[in-house]
Design a protein around this ligand. Structure first.
Ligand code: BJ8
Length: 425
């Protein structure tokens, strides 16, 4: 990245030394994991470029947008409705939670047996290496799992501009009411933050922008049902991760352009891997940037990932929002309907998720399911056990993996994944 970003990073308060160490490690991992792949579609070059500039050009864009009067909102969860943020001409960005950083300092604040995703958010803040967190005018947390709920109480001391959404835990009429009240409150908060009144036209435009982005990701995912799969699971995951950082309009155009190329590849039987490669559906906890360990191990072991049942994947964009409605309240109601379908494991009970995994297994013609649970993530790990029974009853092979962001278990994971791929081959 160009050296003149250093003054920008200094001005927003990053710790330059720690940040250099992070970028160095990321650059090496990216080269070894992504750039070393064979048969990549040519249009993945755009996503390589975005990643190479994610702390550079993109941060400059956000700062320029702020100078022009726009606000930046950072989020940790797919329950934060981008439609509302865009309707006020603000920008929503995902916050980095995919790597261990400053763990010694983090474990002075949080117990060791907290999931890596939560600890990562604290590590990035304590060591001042996440420019998105530093430029955000508002940081949105949520009362989802117990870990996050309690951790945000501690995060508030480090992030004074933290807003915590109160989210339901049950798909009941009361649960829907709670979500509706929360989104009304969030809409007012965004109006106050931006000074923009969210009109029906503005909200409709916000919905359309987000629907278009989700439709592009749906199109990408349908193309992965082909055998040979026209794109690797690693590249598809990367695109899902970039979706949280990039400008939505530009991102949508880039995904559609990639899909045009993938359609040609499907017609010509060109794959990222040869036809007949064992196909894996990945299911479970979200994989935030730069958490690439497990997909890398799976594809190195000779399988191809054909879908992600995850918030950084299909759970994040499966449903669209209805755009018809004459008032802001009508549209807000549609937004509530849409988000109330998200089948995060924090809901109890949560039968929809099991159904989705079975559907995705069939739709993407997978040969087996790898369930990914982050260590100490009670919701997903507990849910993985009935999921395993259900899939086994249907004759579907499943491997339950529990891991974290460290590299210590790579050898052990490789052995287990290789054995699983033998079974599903
Ligand atoms: S909608 S999945 S993004 S909450 S891994 S922190 S659940 S202990 S991330 Fe999530 Fe929203 Fe749900 Fe999606 Fe807790 Fe588990 Fe850690 Fe997790």
């Amino acid at each position: 990245m160009s050296s003149d970003y250093r003054s920008m990073w200094r001005e927003i308060g990053l710790d330059l030394q720690a940040h250099d160490a992070l970028l160095g490690a990321l650059g090496n991992a990216y080269r070894d994991i992504f750039l070393s792949q064979n048969n990549r579609p040519r249009e993945t070059a755009y996503f390589d470029f975005v990643v190479s500039e994610v702390h550079g050009l993109r941060i400059r864009e956000l700062l320029e947008a702020r100078e022009a009067g726009r606000k930046v909102v950072g989020a940790f969860c797919v329950f934060v409705p981008e439609e509302i943020v865009l309707a006020a001409d603000a920008i929503l960005v995902g916050l980095c939670t995919g790597a261990d950083f400053a763990m010694e300092e983090v474990e002075k604040i949080l117990p060791r047996n907290t999931c890596s995703l939560i600890k990562s958010a604290f590590g990035f803040k304590l060591s001042k290496v996440c420019p998105f967190l530093e430029v955000a005018d508002l940081v949105v947390g949520e009362n989802t799992c117990d870990g996050k709920k309690k951790a945000y109480e501690q995060l508030r001391a480090l992030v004074p501009n933290l807003y915590v959404m109160d989210l339901p835990q049950q798909k009941s009429a009361e649960g829907r009411c709670l979500l509706c009240r929360e989104y009304q409150h969030f809409l007012r908060t965004i109006e106050e933050l931006t000074g923009v009144e969210i009109t029906v036209d503005r909200l409709r435009r916000g919905i359309e922008l987000v629907n278009n982005k989700r439709q592009a990701l749906q199109r990408l995912s349908r193309l992965r049902a082909a055998d040979p799969a026209p794109i690797s699971g690693l590249d598809a995951l990367l695109i899902n991760q970039v979706a949280f950082y990039d400008d939505p309009l530009r991102f949508t155009a880039a995904v559609n352009k990639l899909c045009d190329e993938l359609e040609e590849r499907v017609k010509e039987n060109i794959g990222a891997f040869p036809a007949g490669t064992p196909r894996v559906l990945l299911s479970g906890c979200p994989m935030a940037v730069p958490n690439w360990k497990l997909p890398w191990i799976i594809e190195q072991a000779g399988a191809v990932i054909v879908g992600e049942e995850s918030c950084v994947g299909e759970r994040g964009w499966r449903n669209l929002t209805e755009v018809s409605g004459e008032t802001v309240n009508d549209l807000l109601d549609s937004i509530v309907d849409r988000y109330f379908q998200v089948d995060c494991a924090i809901f109890t009970p949560n039968p929809d998720r099991e159904r989705q995994v079975v559907n995705m297994y069939r739709d993407y013609r997978a040969d087996g399911v790898v369930h990914y649970g982050l260590q100490f993530c009670q919701p997903y790990i507990i849910e993985s056990m009935p999921m395993e029974r259900r899939l086994q009853d249907l004759g579907v092979d499943i491997l339950r993996v529990e891991t974290d962001y460290s590299q210590e278990d790579v050898g052990q994971l490789q052995t287990r994944i290789e054995a699983f791929i033998e079974i599903i081959s």
